[in-house]
Each structure stands twice: as structure tokens, then as C-alpha cells.
Ligand binder design. Structure first.
Ligand code: PEP
Ligand code: MG
Length: 847
């Protein structure tokens, strides 16, 4: 049973009733269940003033004709004369239409609902009628009035191996009508034979594609069910089912229609305390442990005690600032050892707040004007700065408010001379907070803390970046309901699925403990094999490279198994300083990075500033829309001296190292040729650098469409899917409210990838991909199938991507890519990939 394409006809439904209101009400209910694709017409009541009860054959005939198609029409009626009117209407129809119309004895309401669900999936007319006639079975089964329906299981592909999937149904009302309809819908994409049984009631197997059969199994919350699939796409169907079950068959998590059994209600917020909460994925993985909650007394709400003379207050503040400065420097140093330098530099921003001359002048003046003591004036000053940030149009800059508040709060604590009841560095288990301050994440002990969850917070915050770099499973933005959890209670963090379960039950815990073990084993294996080349099962090679922003990361990349650097974001050499590094300084950096790679290739991307990466000392001028402004290569082409110094530094370093050059944000062939000419000019003084391969990033849709022209002079391309997604969907990449438009797995984006690889390969050029998508192990078979030759990603992703490549078969991946290109949404592509991942599971294996 496959949901037909929108233009293929489906069975239409006509609802005949004595009452116009009743007919319309039933139609409304059926539409809700069948979706907008199902055609439903009504013939209720009679013409006349007011509401005239009765039925009219002509009206029934017109209703049938209004939606007639070769798929046929099913007519459902209420009582008495409704049947006669329908029979008469049949006589009034043209003879060739008549045989495609069935009058159905099904109960009106239940029959219409079931018929709509079946019609939706292109079920033939007679089968829709048969299902509608059995529509009372569910109710009868529930009330004990009839034998449970025993629909013979659908044939599927006989003789093909069977796979099974077991799980406990967690929906509040079990597999009631709505979840059962969603089950039908999800299965419509697959051709596999599918049966179902209720293990808890030890029922017989029934056809899982019959809504009546599913509903009559009486599956209630907590019941264990088993799906049995056979046929070519049986594995994929079961995986889709698993995902559906995990999402509670579409019932809202934690809502009345879903969730785990309620384990003790609490008066707090009058809401159930157990069940799933969904949020934003920050760092993937599974964690189970006792909650360590951080929502306690808000220090900033405290008032100041005794206020001394202004000079004493100012001294007090100086001491507090000094203490916090020392703490920040310690945190920064400790983090540089645990994470990378770039991450540690987040705390440079904190130091800048503590030393901000304007802020300190304001505080000094207000303390000396008698506006308050050190505590209250500092608190006001910090709020003032935070408010200024709040009004900025840039999402990324706005999310820096957390840094200012964080450091501001630390000064207040220092002024009071006390600290939190249990400092974050002594915490263990799963930390739960309203919002994490970056300093809290930096100070925590990554060996003791298993997971992080927060009621608020965005993926681009510094706290999120830190959590990712520490590799701790984390989900933010879970909502205020998170506060229902109390110290020591069990939390289950399924960060990969961006959700957290409060008070999970035994069965769920056991399931997740298994999953966590498998995940750990996979990670360990990937780590052991990280230095080995990653060939696909059929011997196809894709290069795995690293994205770096600092020279030190080149060493880390080699240690992590990188076969080179596919993207050196050189702009990071230009940040956190007062002026640009000169040619010599850059030369040293590039040479150092190349040395660390010990002969592996190094792709140096020229300066990519502007947009979300402004360079304060090189003012690009005020722009209403910096993401569409003078950024990337455009910026370099108008800052020639700066650009030439960088190109010379690269050419010098390339004399004795396998260095390649790459330009960012190329929109036209003219820009590309201009940049290339400047490179050639710079390289002229270093003849040995003339062999250097020069390529460009494809991150603006115009470059995709120009690829055949660009290929004439380019040695290679690298797809910057972060920006390409942003510009393709006109959705700013850092804006958390547009996250749904920033999915690089969208088929529209995949079409762009396919076009680039096809055109480039036809002209003998290779194609890399260095956006975040490259580090997503799930996407690996798809990218291989689309013909990408090199994947470049952040260092922590390298081992797992190599492992995903080893599991992949390039021939099969090409088929998968073709399927993905014909999908209509990113969600469809994700389901397809989830099915692919499931394909590795052995037939007959139980879950
Ligand atoms: C990209 O846009 O995909 C890319 C890799 O560049 P950046 O993230 O540095 O803009
Ligand atoms: Mg980019």
C-alpha cells in the first residue's frame, strides 16, 4: 500500500444524512483523519427555509459527480430514506460511472473515518468499502461485544526473510484512532508485508495495514507489541516504525495524548513529572544519571547590604574584579588543556567585559555620585549593557548577552564574598539548569558530569559551543517544565534525538542502557581505526580531512585520523587582536600548520570576514544586511593590500609544502578570475609555488549554476553547505527561529550538490564538502552517492565519519542518492537515511 502521488486519483467519499449539520460534521471528522488529499462531499438535508431534515436524490447524485474519478466513489448513508435516495441517485448517474460507485452499509461515523484513512493511501474501492464495513469492530472489541477482527495478514513478499521489531507503546491511550492512522500513513511509503501482534495480550497476528485490525488489537499504554515485516524494504519500514513509536505516534510529548505512565503527580505546575521533553540538540550521545539541579537562589536578585563611602565601594569593586579576572584566566588556561584554544578564547570576551573602560567609567561616576554601592551600581551597569545587546539585529551578537550576564554575576558573587551552595566544579551526574553560563560549563568536571540539559539556550551560544567541544551529551531549550525534576531523580538524556526523559521507567532505562553500550562500543572501535584509510565496502575512496581555525588544531587533526586539512579558516588568525597579522606572521602560521600535517595536503582558505564574522579593526562600513554585504572574497577584493599580503604568505609557505589555495564566497566568474589573477601575481615571486592547485568554495547558488564555467580554470571545488543552505533558503544560519529552514539534507540543497559533482567530474575536477554536513555520519552514504570526493569536518567527527564510510557501499549509495534527490522534504530524506542505517540489521534480529 503506497500513498499515491498527488495527481493519482483516490476513492472519493459521499456522506448522505437527513441532517445537513450531521453530514458536514461527519465529513469534518473524516477529513481530519484522512488528510486534505481525500475528496469528501456531503448531501445532507433538503432545500427549504431553515433546517429541513430529509434526503434528496438529486443532491446525492450531484455530490457523487462532484468528486467522481475512475478510482470510484463510496457512499455512506445514515438511515431510512437516505438509502433510497442514494439508490435513486445511482440510477441517475451515467451508466459508465454507475459501476464505479458503491453504496456502503457501514456505520456512518466510524465507517466514514475508516474509509477516509484507507482512501488516503490509494486503497481500491472495494477494499475501502470492506474496511468501512468492519469499522465497528474496534468499538465492539473494546466493549466486549464482538470477536476481535482477524484480518488475514497481507501477503508481502512471500519467501523473503522476516524482520521483527518490538517495543512498548507509550501513548497515553495506546494505539487509538489517531496513532493508528499515522501508522497507516507512515507505512504507505513501503511495499513490505507487515503484521502486528499484541504481545501483552498474546493476540494473533493481524494485518498492520488495516486500520480496523490495528485498532481492534486493543493496544493500550504500556503494552508490548511486535511488528513483523518481510519484503525488500521491510527493514526500512521497521525503522520508520521505530522512529514513529519514539515520537509517540505523533501525539504531543508530555501532553494528554502521550507520555510514559505517570509516576506520581506533583502539585508543582500541576503537570506530570515523568515523560519526554524535547529541545535543541547541542551535543549528541546518550546519558543516564541522577539530576544535579542548578536552579536555586538567583544571586542577581539579592540586594546590597551596607554601603560604605564611595572610595571604599570603588576599592571593593576593584578587588572583586581582580578576583574574577584571576578566576577567568584560570578557567581559560584549564580549558586550553582540555579543549582547543579556540574554545578557550571564549573567555577572552569575559576579560574584555571586566576591562571595558566605558563600563568602568560609568560605574565609577555613579558610585561617586552616590547612586548606590558597588553591588547595585555594578548590577545596573551590567543590565544596561545587556539591554544594548538585546536590541541588536544580529542573532549571534544577541546571544552574547549570556556572556555579559555570566561575568556580571561572578563579580556580584565576588562582592558578596560567597559562592553557590554546591559549586559547579563539584557536581556530578546530569546537570540541569535554566540556562548554562559559559563559565559554568568550562568549570565543570567532564569526567563526573554525564550530561547537560537546560530549559533555555540556543545552539549558537558559547555555552553550547563549549558543551560540544567537551563532547558531553547536551540538550538545551527544553522549556520550563524541566524544573519539575528534583535533585537526585533519574534523568535520561537522548541528546541525539534532542530530548530528555524525566523519571524514565525500568523498561525504557534498560533499552537505553543497551543503546548507550552499543554507542560506546562503536565510538571505541572508530577511535581504534581512526588512523587507517576509510574505503567503502566496494573499495571506493573518499578523503577525510579536517576543518581547522588554528595552527595547533592541525596537530590534533592528524592525531584524530585526518588525511589532511580541507579547510583552514584563516580569519581566526585575524580575530582577537588590534590589527591584521602581517605577511611574515601569516607565513609562519601556514608553514607551521603544513609541518604539523607531515606531508598531508593543506587547503588554505583566504580571509572570510564580514557577515557573522566582523573584523572590528577593518571597518567594512555600516550595512543594513551584512550577510548580503561586502564579505568573504568581496571584502578582499576591495582590501587589496591585505589580500595580497595573505596571498604572498601562502605562496611562500607553498614553496615546499603540499598547500592548496581556496577562495570563499565566490558569486561570479569575474570575481573568481580577478582573485585568481591576484594569486598568480603573488605567486610570481615564488616560482616553486606555481604548481599550487587553486580552487574555490561553492556557497552561493549562483556559483552552482556557473560551475561549468568556473571549472575551466579551477582545480577543485569545496561545497560550503553552511552558507549555501543559508543563501538557498534565504534563512540566516545563526537564527534559531529559522532552524527548520537550515537543514542541509533538504533535497533542494542535495540537487545543488549533485549538479556540482556532475559538472565538475565531467571536466576532470574534484569536489570536496566542508560545511557541517560533512561531519554528520548519517549523511555519509548520501554524500558518497552524490559523488563527493573529499569530506572535511571538525576534528571530533573524523573517526565516526571514517567508520561510516567503511560501512557504506558506493554502488548502493548511488541508488540511495537518486532516491533522496526525488524526495520532497528534508524530513523525507532523513527517513530514507534512517532506513538505510537500519538496513545493516540482520534479518530476523529482534530489538
Ligand atoms: C560553509 O559556509 O559551509 C563553510 C564551510 O564556511 P564557513 O562556515 O566558515 O562560513
Ligand atoms: Mg561559508
Amino acid at each position: 500500500m503506497t500513498e499515491p502521488h498527488d495527481n493519482s486519483p483516490r476513492v472519493g467519499l459521499v456522506i448522505v444524512s437527513h441532517s445537513r449539520l450531521l453530514a458536514e460534521g461527519v465529513a469534518e471528522l473524516a477529513r481530519e483523519m484522512g488528510g486534505p488529499g481525500v475528496q469528501i462531499a456531503t448531501a445532507g438535508g433538503m432545500d427549504g427555509p431553515g433546517s429541513v431534515l430529509g434526503t434528496d436524490a438529486l443532491r446525492v447524485m450531484k455530490a457523487i459527480e462532484s468528486l467522481y474519478s475512475e478510482a470510484g466513489v463510496l457512499v455512506l448513508m445514515d438511515l431510512g430514506s437516505a438509502v433510497m435516495s442514494a439508490e435513486l441517485a445511482l440510477d441517475l448517474l451515467p451508466p459508465d460511472h454507475r459501476e464505479n460507485v458503491l453504496l456502503c452499509s457501514a456505520p456512518l461515523v466510524e465507517g466514514a473515518v475508516v474509509a477516509a484513512v484507507q482512501a488516503r493511501f490509494g486503497t481500491p474501492l472495494r477494499q475501502v468499502a470492506a474496511e468501512a464495513c468492519g469499522a465497528l469492530m474496534a468499538k465492539q472489541g473494546q466493549l466486549g461485544g464482538a470477536e476481535a477482527l482477524q484480518t488475514p495478514p497481507s501477503a508481502g513478499i512471500r519467501g523473503s526473510p522476516e524482520m521483527t521489531l518490538r517495543f512498548v507503546v507509550l501513548n497515553h491511550q495506546g494505539l487509538h484512532a489517531r496513532p493508528a492512522a499515522r501508522l497507516m500513513q507512515a507505512m504507505s511509503r513501503f511495499s513490505a508485508g507487515l503484521r502486528l501482534r499484541n504481545l501483552t495480550t498474546q493476540s494473533q497476528e493481524v494485518d498492520a495495514r488495516s486500520i480496523n485490525a490495528v485498532m481492534t488489537l486493543g493496544v493500550q499504554q504500556g503494552h508490548e507489541v511486535e511488528f513483523i515485516a518481510n519484503g525488500e524494504d521491510g527493514g526500512a519500514a521497521l525503522e520508520a516504525l521505530r522512529l514513529l513509536a519514539e515520537s509517540h505516534f505523533g501525539d504531543a510529548p508530555g501532553g494528554a495524548g502521550a507520555g510514559m505512565p505517570l509516576q506520581g503527580r506533583t502539585p508543582l505546575h500541576e503537570a506530570p513529572r515523568s515523560g519526554w521533553l524535547t529541545g535543541t540538540l547541542i551535543s549528541p550521545g546518550i546519558a543516564i544519571g541522577p539530576a544535579s539541579v542548578l536552579w536555586q537562589e538567583d544571586e542577581t536578585a539579592l540586594e546590597e547590604d551596607d554601603v560604605g563611602l564611595p572610595s571604599q565601594e570603588w576599592d571593593r569593586l576593584q578587588q572583586a574584579l581582580q578576583r574574577v579576572r584571576t578566576e577567568v584566566l584560570e578557567t581559560r588556561a584549564a580549558l586550553a588543556l582540555r579543549a582547543d584554544h579556540q574554545t578557550a578564547e571564549i573567555f577572552d570576551a569575559h576579560l574584555l567585559v571586566l576591562e571595558d573602560a566605558e563600563l568602568l567609567r560609568w560605574v565609577y561616576e555613579h558610585i561617586h555620585q552616590g547612586a548606590g554601592g558597588a553591588f547595585s551600581v555594578w548590577k545596573d551597569a551590567v543590565e544596561r549593557v545587556a539591554r544594548r545587546y538585546e536590541s541588536l539585529p544580529d542573532e549571534y551578537l544577541r546571544s552574547r548577552i549570556a556572556d555579559i550576564q555570566d561575568v556580571g554575576r561572578q563579580v556580584l558573587l565576588a562582592l558578596r564574598g560567597d559562592a553557590r551552595a554546591a559549586p559547579v566544579e563539584q557536581r556530578a551526574g546530569i546537570l540541569a539548569a535554566l540556562d548554562f553560563a559559559p563559565s559554568e560549563i568550562a568549570r565543570l568536571d567532564a569526567k563526573r558530569v554525564q550530561g547537560l540539559c537546560a530549559a533555555r539556550g540556543a545552539a549558537s551560544s558559547h555555552a553550547a559551543i563549549l558543551a560540544r567541544s567537551l563532547g558531553i551529551p547536551a540538550v538545551f531549550g527544553l522549556g520550563e517544565e524541566l524544573q519539575q525534576i528534583r535533585e537526585g531523580e533519574t534523568l535520561l538524556v537522548d541528546a541525539t534525538a534532542a530530548r530528555v526523559c524525566l523519571l524514565p521507567d525500568e523498561a525504557l532505562l534498560a533499552e537505553y542502557e543497551d543503546r548507550a553500550r552499543v554507542e560506546l562500543k562503536t565510538r571505541q572501535l572508530a577511535h581504534q581505526l581512526r588512523a587507517k584509510a576509510a574505503l567503502t565496502r566496494d573499495g571506493h575512496r573518499v578523503e577525510v580531512a579536517a576543518n581547522i581555525g588554528q595552527v595547533a588544531e592541525a596537530r590534533a587533526a592528524v592525531e584524530a585520523g585526518a588525511e589532511g586539512v580541507g579547510l583552514f579558516r584563516t580569519e581566526f588568525l585575524f580575530f582577537q587582536r588590534a590589527s591584521a597579522p602581517d605577511e611574515d606572521e601569516q607565513y609562519e602560521a601556514y608553514r607551521e600548520a603544513a609541518r604539523a600535517l607531515e606531508g598531508r595536503p593543506l587547503i588554505i582558505r583566504t580571509l572570510d570576514v564580514g557577515g557573522d564574522k566582523p573584523l572590528p579593526y577593518l571597518d567594512a562600513g555600516q550595512e543594513a544586511n551584512p550577510f548580503l554585504g561586502v564579505r568573504g572574497l568581496r571584502f578582499c577584493l576591495v582590501n587589496r593590500e591585505l589580500f595580497s599580503a595573505q596571498l604572498r604568505a601562502i605562496a611562500r609557505a607553498a614553496v615546499d609544502a603540499p598547500i592548496r589555495v581556496m577562495f570563499p564566497m565566490v558569486a561570479t566568474r569575474e570575481e573568481w578570475l580577478e582573485a585568481r589573477a591576484l594569486w598568480e601575481e603573488a605567486a610570481q615571486s615564488f616560482p616553486a609555488a606555481r604548481h599550487v592547485e587553486v580552487g574555490l568554495m561553492i556557497e552561493i547558488p549562483s556559483a552552482v549554476l556557473l560551475v561549468q564555467h568556473l571549472a575551466a580554470e579551477a582545480s577543485f571545488f569545496s561545497l560550503g553547505t553552511n552558507d549555501l543552505t543559508q543563501y538557498l533558503f534565504a534563512a540566516e544560519r545563526g537564527n534559531e527561529r529559522l532552524a527548520h529552514l537550515s537543514d542541509a539534507l533538504h533535497p533542494a540543497l542535495l540537487q545543488m550538490v549533485a549538479r556540482v559533482t556532475e559538472e565538475a567530474h565531467a571536466r576532470g575536477r574534484w569536489v570536496g564538502l566542508c560545511g557541517e554536513l560533512a561531519g554528520d555520519a548519517l549523511a555519509v552514504p548520501l554524500l558518497v552517492g552524490l559523488g563527493v570526493d573529499e569530506l572535511s569536518m571538525s576534528v571530533p567527527a573524523i573517526a565516526s565519519v571514517k567508520q561510516a564510510l567503511r560501512a557504506c557501499h558506493a554502488g548502493e549509495a548511488r541508488v540511495l542518492a537518486r532516491q533522496a534527490l526525488s524526495c520532497g522534504s528534508a524530513a523525507e530524506v532523513r527517513r530514507l537515511l534512517a532506513g538505510e542505517a537500519f538496513g545493516e540489521i540482520l534479518p530476523g534480529m529482534r530489538h
